[in-house]
Design a protein around this ligand. Structure first.
Ligand SMILES: NC(=O)c1ccc[n+]([C@@H]2O[C@H](COP(=O)([O-])OP(=O)(O)OC[C@H]3O[C@@H](n4cnc5c(N)ncnc54)[C@H](O)[C@@H]3O)[C@@H](O)[C@H]2O)c1
Length: 257
């Protein structure tokens, strides 16, 4: 356990699908530090699993939320308002693209695939922050998850690289808009971790081993290391940081070769 006290803080987490989800590692870390959490799951398919995972956790509330639907996001925040009254922390750890778009030539991305990936993986942060902000009367911290494909080409990442570029831009615009209310918005740019989403990326395991070989720390990062950074961003320790993309990638991003 780390010495960060989030007792009295209320948070909402988007993006827990299973035990390998980055959002799950972060939710456990925030909960361990004392935060009360609402954990959302995308649909019924994930509901039972998430409910079993959280069974023994005190002060955890579960709700379904599909971020591609405005009414579903609105209902989630209505629920948070009823349950807690105010909100301090938001984790957005959501992304989706068709498996066929995560391989092959980027120029073959269809309009519908592009719109869907950008909608779920990037746009969704905007309505989430819009609904969270009025509940953050005492300030707050919003954290999203990104990847370095936002600025460099990772073959296979394709449209998700475009989505991450948009997401990182949103982080800066939202940080600028809400900073006067002491609502901070940041992104963690994680190195490759084995999860449901990453398994869909063509050549992911090769990318993971290249990362480990080239990174200054000579290894991959762990879910726990990403979660520790999220804990820092959700705590007062990071009170001076907003609009930033923080790499947690064993240093891979500094290397040219
Ligand atoms: N795994 C990695 O290597 C890695 C690296 C950097 C960044 N990321 C990012 O971390 C985030 C979490 O991904 P992960 O790797 O933990 O995989 P994951 O599959 O566990 O998480 C993705 C989540 O997105 C949710 N989701 C997809 N469509 C949704 C919708 N319409 N409504 C609500 N939820 C929806 C899924 O249910 C799932 O919980 C993503 O943004 C991903 O791009 C992952």
């Amino acid at each position: 356990m780390y010495v960060v006290d989030l007792k009295g803080k209320n948070g909402i987490v988007f993006g827990v699908a299973n035990e390998h989800s980055i959002a799950w590692a972060i939710a456990k870390m925030l909960h361990g530090a004392g935060a009360r959490l609402t954990i959302t799951y995308q649909n019924e398919r994930f509901g039972e699993r998430v409910s079993q995972m959280t069974e023994s956790m005190k002060d955890v509330h579960l709700i379904e939320c599909d971020v591609s639907k405005d009414e579903s996001i609105e209902a989630a925040f209505d629920d948070v308002k009823r349950e807690y009254g105010n909100l301090d922390l938001v984790l957005h750890s959501v992304a989706y693209a068709n498996k066929d778009d995560l391989k092959g030539e980027f120029s073959k991305t269809t309009r519908s695939s592009f719109l869907m990936s950008l909608d779920i993986s990037a746009y969704s942060l905007i309505p989430i922050v819009k609904h969270a902000a009025p509940l953050m009367e005492r300030g707050g911290s919003i954290v999203t998850m990104t990847f370095q494909a936002s600025e460099r080409v990772f073959p296979g990442y394709n449209v998700m690289g475009t989505a991450k570029a948009a997401l990182e831009n949103e982080v800066r615009q939202l940080a600028s808009e809400f900073g006067w209310r002491n609502i901070r918005v940041n992104a963690i740019s994680a190195g490759p971790l084995e999860t449901l989403a990453s398994r869909g990326i063509y050549g992911f395991l090769t990318m993971r081993s290249i990362h480990a070989e080239k990174a200054p720390l000579k290894r991959n990062v762990t879910h726990e290391e990403v979660a520790k950074t999220a804990l820092f961003l959700c705590s007062d320790l990071s009170s001076g940081i907003t609009g930033s993309v923080i790499p947690v990638d064993a240093g891979y991003h500094i290397m040219a070769l």
